[in-house]
Design a protein around this ligand. Structure first.
Ligand code: IMP
Length: 429
């Protein structure tokens, strides 16, 4: 592959596109990997040397010893999860603590965020969002509201933070007690636990905006790692069934401080079929035997929560919208091997509502709910393609599938992934 400048990796659907593997692969050609949105709702998987590693917060470049890993200001950080993750990977990711910086501007997740989210989701009943219950939404809500928000940089001033935690717990306890009839939290116990986390994380907290701007000025190659996917973006996704951050490429600028002009290449990642976890409309969902076969062949169970993922045909109508929104240079198709052996193969090329074709991806969830997919049948293939390493080595039907997908989306397919391992990859010019 050619040497990259600054590259951005973004999911084009509802997350779980196997971005972790792609970030790990491309990290080899970059000096820095920076996460720009989300928190430990994300589950990025990297596999090499017969081992599989699951990441939620630390950027997926950690296994390359020359790479600096940055958690940008657009991320929400659960300090406990961050430390556990560093601890779990230190042996395979040498000098990780020296290569990891956490933005002083990143907001933090506390016990009240997780507990209030669980109570709120339960209270919503059928109308729930189906979140990962990691406190993501409440932490971003506090960030926007400013009053009860805590940024990573405040761990550098423990005396101030201790008082702030006491005040916030007092306010949150009012909500626990008066709205939900629950006991609430003990500020002293929360502070004792989190002060200890803060002590350990302190050396990694930095003004990463300034750090990244200087890295750009020095010509260091930066890889931007998006979490979740475009259809889960708070502004452009299938609201309200979205996450609480800017999960499209547009999130990289506010989420890191690096201007969009400094990003030279944007690659969008899609699976060869489409999946979704949690609630919300999903026009190409397959509820019968074929959907189950895809789920089993693709091991489609959540990395973060273990929930079975909803599976369906590749939705190129939604992906075309995402491709335009992200100003894509190329597409990465992952898990193409999973489609082998299916009795039939289809892609969705449009939506119809009341027998009329839609001209654009709907902005209204009620319309998306009614949308019927327009499906095109393609020739399935039987072969196990997980060992193929060249595009020409794929069965004719698999090559035709890839070509049809790039035609319909209007963006070239640059990388094809045929399994979790680094080796199971085809590069196209
Ligand atoms: P939250 O991000 O936990 O608030 O969850 C909001 C919605 O986003 C739910 O439907 C989640 O299942 C979904 N979601 C959040 N993170 C991911 C992810 O990394 N992959 C797939 N879905 C996700």
């Amino acid at each position: 592959m050619k040497k990259h400048g600054n590259t951005l990796i973004v999911g084009l659907t509802w997350g779980d596109e196997a971005k972790g593997k792609i970030v790990d692969l491309l990290a080899a050609e970059h000096d820095v990997v920076v996460r720009y949105n989300g928190g430990n709702n994300a589950g990025h998987t990297v596999a090499f040397g017969g081992e599989t590693y699951k990441l939620h917060l630390v950027p997926s470049g950690l296994f390359h010893e020359h790479v600096m890993c940055i958690i940008g200001g657009g991320v929400v950080v659960d300090p406990k999860v961050l430390l556990e993750e560093i601890g779990r990977h230190e042996k395979v990711a040498p000098r990780l603590r020296e290569r990891l910086l956490v933005s002083s501007r990143a907001h933090t997740i506390w016990p009240w965020h997780k507990q209030l989210e669980a109570l709120s989701e339960k209270h919503q009943g059928k109308g729930k969002i189906g979140t990962t219950l990691r406190g993501i939404g409440p932490a971003y809500a506090d960030k926007a509201n400013r009053v009860d928000a805590i940024r990573m940089g405040e761990f550098l001033r423990p005396e101030h933070l201790k008082k702030k935690v006491e005040r916030i717990v007092e306010t949150k306890n009012q909500i626990f007690q008066k709205v939900f009839g629950e006991a609430g939290l003990q500020a002293g116990a929360v502070w004792a636990e989190y002060a200890a986390y803060g002590e350990q994380i302190r050396p990694m907290i930095a003004d990463t905006t300034e750090w990244l701007l200087r890295a750009c000025e020095k010509g260091r190659r930066i890889l931007f790692e998006g979490a979740q996917g475009t259809l889960l973006d708070i502004d452009h996704g299938t609201y309200p069934y979205v996450t609480s951050s800017s999960a499209s490429a547009a999130g990289a600028w506010p989420g890191t401080g690096v201007p969009a002009r400094a990003i030279h290449e944007i690659l969008g990642v899609v699976k060869a079929y489409t999946t979704r976890v949690g609630e919300g409309p999903f026009p190409t969902e397959l509820e019968g035997a074929v959907g189950n076969q895809i789920r089993e062949q693709g091991h489609e169970y959540g990395t973060t929560t273990g929930r079975p993922r909803r599976c369906g045909w590749l939705d190129t109508f939604a992906i075309r919208y995402a491709a335009r929104l992200n100003s894509l240079d190329g597409i990465v198709i992952t898990l193409l091997d999973v489609l082998g052996g299916l009795p039939e193969l289809k892609i969705c090329t449009g939506y119809e509502v009341g027998g009329k074709a839609l001209e654009a991806f709907p902005d209204d969830p009620a319309v998306l709910e009614q949308a019927k997919p327009v499906l095109e049948s393609l020739e399935p293939w039987e072969e196990d393609i997980s060992g193929v390493r060249r595009f020409r080595g794929l069965p004719r039907a698999a090559r035709a599938y890839v070509r049809r997908v790039e035609d319909v989306i209007g963006v070239p397919v640059r990388i094809i992934s045929l399994g979790p391992d680094r080796e199971q990859t085809i590069y196209r010019r």
